[in-house]
Design a protein around this ligand. Structure first.
Ligand code: FES
Length: 299
C-alpha cells in the first residue's frame, strides 16, 4: 500500500506525488540504449563489412568505383585480426579457438567493443541513466523504487564501477587510435575518378565518410575529456583546491580542470551525441561496404 514518508515522499514502487511526465526520460533512455546495444551486437556478430575493401563484390578494376575508400569502422578499430586477411588487420588469419562453437562468430568487433563499452558502462552519467531506465532503481527523482535498502557502490557487484578511472586510460588510447584512423581516411587508394592508383599508391582525398569519421572523433573526444576521472587527473588529482599546495601546480591544474569541466557540464549531451556518431559511423561504412550507399568523394 502506498504511504507518505516523513519527508513527504510517497513510498512503494512507482509511487510519487510528481505530476510531470517523469517517465519520459527513463523510457527514452531505455529505447536509445537498447537500440545501440542491439545494433552493436548485430554489427559485431556479423564480423564483416567494417571496411571498404578492394575485393568488395561491387568493385570492378578499371571502372569508376567511388565506394572504394580508406574507411574502417570504429567498432572494429584497431582491427586485431581478420580471418580473410584484410590489409588493415594486425593478424591476417582466423583465430577462432577450437573450443568455441562454430555458430558463434569469433568477431574482432566483440574484442574491441568490450573496452569502450565498459568505459561507458561505468561512466557516472550512464550509471544514473541505466539504473533508472533498466533497473528502475529509482525510476526517477522522488519516485518509489522496488527495494527498501540501498547498498551503494561499496560492495559487490557495484563496487566494480570504481574501475571507471582505469577504463578512462583505455578510452584515451582508443581515442588516439580512432584519430589515427580518421587521418588515414584522408589517404586514398583511388584518384578522384575512382581508379585505383597503380602500385598500391595513395593520394590525399576527402569523402563524406572522412568527414563523418572526423566528426565522430571530435564527439568522442568531447565525451572523454568531460569524464570526471579526466577532470580529477588533469586537475592534479587534488581533492581540495583551496588546501595548501604548490601554487604553480595549483594554477596549472586548476586551468586544466576548468577546461575539462566545460565538457563535463554537457557530459550527458556528449554521451548521447557520441553514442549516435559512433553508431552512425559504423552504419555509414557498413552501407558503403555492402554497396547499398555510395560514398561521396568531395576532394
Ligand atoms: S564520468 Fe562519464 S565517462 Fe567518466
Amino acid at each position: 500500500m502506498t504511504q507518505l514518508s516523513t519527508l513527504g515522499r510517497q513510498e512503494g514502487f512507482g509511487a510519487t506525488t510528481r505530476r510531470d511526465a517523469w517517465w519520459v526520460g527513463p523510457a527514452l533512455t531505455f529505447l536509445g540504449l537498447s537500440a545501440f546495444l542491439i545494433y552493436g551486437t548485430v554489427a559485431a556478430w556479423t564480423g564483416s563489412y567494417y571496411e571498404i575493401r578492394r575485393d568488395a563484390p561491387f568493385y570492378t578494376p578499371g571502372k569508376h568505383n567511388p565506394a572504394v575508400a580508406p574507411y574502417l569502422s570504429p567498432f572494429f578499430a584497431p582491427l586485431i585480426y581478420d580471418a580473410n586477411g584484410s590489409h588493415h588487420a594486425l593478424i591476417k588469419r582466423d583465430l577462432q579457438p577450437s573450443w568455441l562453437p562454430s555458430w558463434f562468430p569469433f568477431s574482432a568487433g566483440f574484442l574491441i567493443l568490450a573496452f569502450p563499452g565498459l568505459f561507458r558502462f561505468t561512466c557516472y552519467y550512464y550509471r544514473k541513466a541505466y539504473y533508472r531506465a533498466f533497473w528502475l532503481d529509482p525510476p526517477a527523482c522522488a519516485v518509489g523504487e522496488p527495494r527498501k535498502s540501498y547498498w551503494g557502490e561499496n560492495r559487490l557487484p557495484l563496487i566494480f564501477q570504481n574501475v571507471h578511472r582505469y577504463f578512462m586510460y583505455i578510452a584515451v588510447l582508443f581515442l588516439i587510435l580512432l584519430t589515427w584512423d580518421a587521418l588515414l581516411a584522408f589517404w586514398w587508394p583511388t584518384d578522384r575518378s575512382g581508379q585505383l592508383i597503380p602500385a598500391k599508391g595513395h593520394q590525399f582525398g576527402v569523402g563524406l565518410g572522412t568527414i563523418i569519421m572526423v566528426v565522430n572523433v571530435i564527439c568522442l573526444a568531447a565525451f572523454t575529456f568531460g569524464c570526471n576521472s579526466v577532470r580529477h587527473l588533469v586537475g592534479g588529482r587534488l581533492n581540495c583546491f583551496s588546501c595548501p599546495n604548490n601554487p604553480e601546480q595549483l594554477r596549472t591544474g586548476y586551468k586544466l580542470w576548468r577546461w575539462s569541466t566545460r565538457f563535463n557540464e554537457r557530459h550527458m549531451e556528449w554521451a548521447w551525441i557520441s553514442l549516435f556518431t559512433v553508431g552512425f559511423t559504423d552504419l555509414y561504412i557498413r552501407m558503403c561496404a555492402m554497396g547499398i550507399w555510395t560514398d561521396l568523394r568531395i576532394l
